[in-house]
Design a protein around this ligand. Structure first.
Ligand code: PMP
Length: 360
């Protein structure tokens, strides 16, 4: 087998090797049953046990309180951008914090059905022109507040928000399981699986139980309705069984590795290693205010832009994959989700210093 690369892909992201090896076995013959894991009915007892275990592990890993339900839905976080207003804004519009690429998409989707308030709007996609939280205009009343704590494309991580008098919805697609969640200030958390939880194909929803009882807009599709998802045990249609099965293995891996506190420690170590190079070596720059820099998606530029393609080419050759920044912001981006070993960040930092010596 070839050596595995350090895969800095923004998503789908790297998965732990023991998980991939287990998948490799189960894809042909799942636990000596003579069938593949992807040939098993979602309604069968053995698959039901996977679902129970997955929910229990998520509850343990994230200390999800009894007030919140754990649901799974198809269609990615992008579909949740529609599901949120459809389910929660039948009577009143929501309010949106626009901090970058994904929160803007969430706002645009909500504008199709409702008239959302914009709490703050970060127009500058490549750098940082974020107004400080104290200057944001929160409406007195709203159906909910929606924000994205970690902007995957921009590499921008928001500080904790003040307590709100209405429900708070957060798109944690790139941050969930990389740190603790404060459940006293989060009523709905949504996250696509393909960064920290498993392969693409499933979205995790952790929702305060009573939000499932809100009157929905009449056009809400049944597979996107929170009440229907709850009623049908997250299976209003055939779910992506493969993704759910892999998510269970990834959650098991996270528990074995020391849980979310250990994931958070690794996240801080990896990003410190990266920002140390960016801040100390003149070949690399970051145009983000350090107080907003993401410790998950590290976005940086080469001071001499003409070297970028050479940098990316040599990095790939040396085993550091997918470092090209998102097309809307350009530059480079190292996405370091839970499965990225800490030594991957050290190795990339060494490569960057060496590249700078040769080309700086
Ligand atoms: N929100 C964030 C923060 C993301 O990073 C992404 C995907 N990169 C999305 C939403 C969209 O997720 P999906 O493509 O699964 O709909």
């Amino acid at each position: 087998m070839s050596t595995r690369a350090y895969n800095f892909s923004a998503g789908p992201g790297m998965l732990p090797l023991p998980v991939l090896e287990q998948v490799q076995r189960d894809i042909v013959d799942w636990g000596d049953r003579g069938v593949s894991i992807i040939e098993v009915s979602h309604r069968s007892k053995p698959f039901g046990l996977i679902m129970d275990s997955l929910r229990e592990r998520i509850r343990r890993l994230l200390s999800v309180p009894a007030t919140h339900e754990i649901l799974f839905c198809a269609g990615g976080a992008a579909s949740q951008f529609a599901a949120i207003p459809l389910n929660l804004a039948a009577k009143q519009s929501g309010a949106y914090v626009v901090s970058g690429h994904w929160s803007r998409k969430a706002l645009k989707q909500a504008q199709r059905f409702t008239n959302p308030a914009v709490v703050t709007d970060n127009q500058d996609l490549s750098g940082l022109s974020m107004a400080p939280v104290g200057e944001w205009s929160f409406p007195k009343d709203a159906a909910y507040l929606c924000y994205t704590d970690n902007e995957t494309v921009n590499g921008l991580l928001l500080p904790s928000l003040p307590k709100m008098p209405y429900p708070v919805v957060c798109d944690m697609t790139s941050s969930l399981f990389t740190g603790e969640v404060d459940w006293s200030s989060h009523d709905l958390v949504v996250a696509s699986a393909q960064k920290n939880i498993g392969p693409a194909g499933i979205t995790l929803l952790i929702i305060r139980r009573d939000l499932c009882d809100r009157e929905t807009m009449p056009q809400t599709p049944i597979p996107l309705s929170y009440a229907e998802l709850l009623k049908a045990d997250s299976m209003p249609n055939t779910p992506c069984t493969f993704a759910l099965y892999v998510c269970e293995l990834v959650c098991q891996w996270m528990e074995d590795e020391g849980g979310v506190s250990e994931m958070s420690r690794r996240r801080e170590e990896r990003s410190k290693v990266m920002y140390d190079v960016i801040d100390s070596d003149p070949l690399y720059t970051s145009n983000l205010d350090p107080s907003y820099r993401s410790s998950i998606n590290v976005v940086f530029q080469l001071a001499d832009e003409s070297l970028q393609d050479t940098f990316l080419g040599q990095a790939k050759h040396a085993g550091f994959h997918a470092l090209k920044g998102h097309r809307v912001v350009g530059g480079c981006r190292a996405s370091m989700y839970n499965a990225m070993p800490v030594k991957g960040a050290y190795a990339l930092a060494d490569f960057m210093r060496d590249f700078s010596k040769r080309h700086g």
